[in-house]
Design a protein around this ligand. Structure first.
Ligand SMILES: [Zn+2]
Length: 124
């Protein structure tokens, strides 16, 4: 399971940071999951919830997910615009979910959005 190993590496990352800051307890974790990452957010949350109990510092950590809208770049006129879909997509798609708002072209490419970023960590 892809999401489970991602959740595990996130927890490892958090634990390393907690140790570095001599924190005893993680309160909140904010993660950005890009729309083209292919990550199923439900599975990711499930994995995180299961794995956090294995470690004392993360046991009560709350997970906040941010899923930014997809961004596209028009190949015709170069305009960048935001797509409609705010959910993560099962696979990387190279066609936008709407035509370019400037010229109406449907020849677009994706802009980033395949990341999983640890944005914020609240600990004490
Ligand atoms: Zn355009």
């Amino acid at each position: 399971m892809h999401e489970l190993s991602l959740a595990r590496s996130l927890i490892d990352q958090i634990l390393a940071l907690a140790q570095e800051h001599q924190a005893k307890k993680i309160i909140n974790v904010t993660v950005i999951i890009g729309p083209f990452s292919g990550i199923v957010t439900d599975s990711f949350c499930f994995g995180f919830e299961a794995l956090k109990r294995e470690q004392k510092p993360t046991r009560e950590a709350a997970l906040t997910l941010e899923t930014p809208s997809p961004e596209y770049c028009c190949l015709q006129c170069g305009k960048t615009f935001t797509g409609r879909n705010s959910q993560t997509m099962p696979s990387r798609s190279f066609s936008a979910d709407r035509p370019c708002p400037a010229c109406g072209s449907e020849h677009c490419t994706t802009r980033g959005g395949d990341e999983l970023i640890l944005k914020q960590l609240e600990m004490e």
